[in-house]
Design a binder for this molecule. Structure first.
Ligand code: NAD
Length: 265
């Protein structure tokens, strides 16, 4: 469905680029020959430090991806000051709230995990369609294909991210614009630094390093695949979920009981 994307000579923007998966993506795109990578994140100092570490082809962009006017202005500024954007990695994310969460957790998760992708789709994809070329990578999560037992706001809004990426991929078929969706399970980043040994995400298996996620992303983009699964077993889990939803829900309930250290119903 997606078009193959190869980095040499391209202009790439990575949101949430000042750490974790975003930073690893930025580093890898540079290593693969991107002409420039724009590292976009909230905190000016973290952005500047990252860009200084990544070298002269890395550029800083202080951006709150939930601010639609700022995203629109950033797209225009990057294209005016640098070059047409070949790839936008919509990667910023938050871990807001546990269990059912509070209203503020839902609001923030919705704005970062769903609306931020809508903002960039509005601002950038028409430009790409006009050029007949470009790519959007949405970082969702395996939680968006399966679930995250610890946090409903995260799980539900990541499902929203997957649904939006699918919708965009379908609606841009034949335009020259590709859309991909990155769905890792656990990855060792600041987001998961507080995960104890009983964190539900650990049930899914070993955590990867951000560099492993960048490797899987490069491969999937080159192959023109929509879904990027750094943990390949997620495809099997998703198949089992679709084949027999009641069985899958039962299995997840037993997993949750194990996490809490009590017997399953
Ligand atoms: N770490 C994991 O286990 C894991 C698993 C699946 C998916 N993900 C997703 O991967 C993406 C990257 O997460 P990570 O693990 O590297 O975590 P991280 O906390 O290291 O990085 C997230 C980055 O997003 C930035 N950010 C947050 N809100 C922003 C906003 N409004 N505007 C701009 N930047 C903002 C943060 O400042 C941070 O640098 C997220 O979307 C996350 O949900 C992570």
């Amino acid at each position: 469905m997606a078009h193959p994307f190869t980095p040499p000579g391209t202009t790439v923007v990575v949101t949430g680029g000042a750490g974790g998966i975003g930073r690893a993506l930025a580093e890898r795109f540079l290593a693969e020959g991107a002409a420039r990578v724009i590292v976009a994140d909230l905190d000016p100092e973290r952005v500047e430090r990252t860009v200084a570490e990544l070298g002269e082809r890395a550029h800083a962009l202080v951006l709150d991806v939930t601010d639609e006017a700022a995203v629109t202005a950033a797209v225009a500024a990057v294209e005016r000051e640098h070059a047409p954007i070949d790839l936008w990695c919509s990667n910023a994310g938050v871990a807001a709230g546990r269990d059912l969460g509070a209203a503020a957790d839902w609001d923030l998760s919705w704005r970062v995990h769903v609306l931020a992708h809508v903002h960039v789709a509005r601002a950038l994809l028409p430009r790409m369609v006009e050029r007949g070329h470009g790519h959007l990578l949405v970082t969702a999560s395996a939680a968006g294909l399966l679930t995250n037992l610890d946090a409903a706001p995260y799980s539900v809004t990541k499902h929203g991210a997957v649904a939006l990426a699918e919708w965009l991929a379908i609606r841009h078929a034949g335009t020259g614009v590709g859309v991909s969706c990155l769905c890792p399970q656990g990855v060792n980043t600041a987001m998961t630094a507080g995960d104890g040994p009983t964190a539900a995400t650990r049930l899914g298996g070993a955590y990867l390093e951000p560099e492993d996620v960048a490797e899987a992303t490069i491969t999937a983009l080159r192959d023109g695949r929509f879904l990027v699964l750094p943990h390949p077993e997620v495809a099997d889990y998703e198949r089992r979920r679709a084949e027999d939803r009641d069985r899958w829900l039962g299995g997840m309930a037993r997993a949750w009981a194990r996490v809490r250290g009590v017997g399953a119903e």
